[in-house]
Design a protein around this ligand. Structure first.
Ligand code: NAP
Length: 249
């Protein structure tokens, strides 16, 4: 049984990691996936992988923090695919700094991509999602639920994504639109591999934020996104689902 036959999914961050895994998963279950990322070659590669597996995909390069570009991106999805049933906001950036050393420009850029990017995509897609009684899955993080040393800007952006998503759930739930978050932790992707740590940071602290059984691949998050995006998640709205294999924090 294909849960997304006839459905269109717009996925940001689809050129890498969790976004790419979600694009492949939803396509494997019948969705036509509109793959969005900063890098055109990266989303073209995702589209190629989907097509090689017999699925349908489009590739679109877009900076999710650019208002005009996001508006054009959502319109392009509707023009090409005719509708939007699901939006996954997986585009994101991370950097570690001692909190007292965070440059305003760096804090601002993380919020621009992680929060404003999610806001802009949701705002532009919601009229189309209301038409299809569709749904949204946003990438929050375990750092929205517990402290992440040196992740001050990142945690702030992800906590705000979580709060914003809960608001979407109650504001549009009666109109049939659902919005949920995944809170990944310790997922092996380019973002999490060998992060640049600030000088003097004791990386062993991170053990408390790490999965009890070590990192897992992005497919484990993609499976949860697929559940939330499908009818199997029909009664789940405004939730945040940890996908971190349990941590000590
Ligand atoms: P990833 O492999 O780095 O993928 C993120 C993608 O977003 C990259 O392709 C990146 O492009 C793209 N991106 C960055 N800025 C963008 C922009 N302005 N516009 C459009 N796309 C942009 O990371 P991931 O681990 O899959 O992360 C996916 C989401 O899960 C993120 O929101 C992340 O914060 C969240 N998350 C991940 C983990 C984890 O353990 N991996 C844990 C908690 C939360 P470039 O590579 O060109 O920058």
């Amino acid at each position: 049984m294909k849960r997304f036959e006839g459905k269109v999914a717009l996925i940001t961050g689809a050129g890498s990691g969790i976004g790419r895994a979600a694009a492949l998963r939803l396509a494997s279950e019948g969705a036509r996936v509109f793959c969005v990322d900063l890098s055109a070659p990266d989303v073209e590669e995702t589209k190629a992988q989907i097509e090689a597996a017999g699925g349908r995909a489009e590739a679109h390069a877009c900076d999710v923090s650019d208002e005009a570009a996001v508006r054009a991106c959502v319109q392009a999805c509707v023009d090409v695919c005719g509708r939007i049933d699901h939006l996954s906001n997986m585009a994101g950036i991370l950097r570690f700094d001692h909190f007292h050393e965070i440059a305003l420009a760096d804090f601002r850029r993380i919020v621009e991509v992680n929060l404003y990017g999610t806001f802009l995509m949701c705002r532009e897609a919601i009229p189309h999602l209301l038409a299809t009684k569709g749904n949204i899955v946003n990438a929050a993080s375990t750092s929205a639920l517990a402290g992440l040393p040196w992740g001050g800007a990142y945690s702030a952006s992800k906590g705000a994504v979580l709060a914003m998503t809960r608001t979407l759930a109650v504001e549009y739930g009666r109109a049939g639109l659902r919005a949920n978050c995944v809170c990944p932790g310790d997922i092996a992707t380019p973002m999490s591999k060998a992060p640049r740590m600030p000088k003097g940071a004791d990386f062993s602290w991170m053990a408390r934020c790490s999965s009890l059984n070590g990192p897992m691949g992005p497919e484990v998050v993609a499976g949860v996104i697929a559940m939330l995006a499908s009818g199997d998640g029909a009664h789940i709205n405004g939730e945040d689902i940890r996908v971190d294999g349990a941590t000590l924090s």
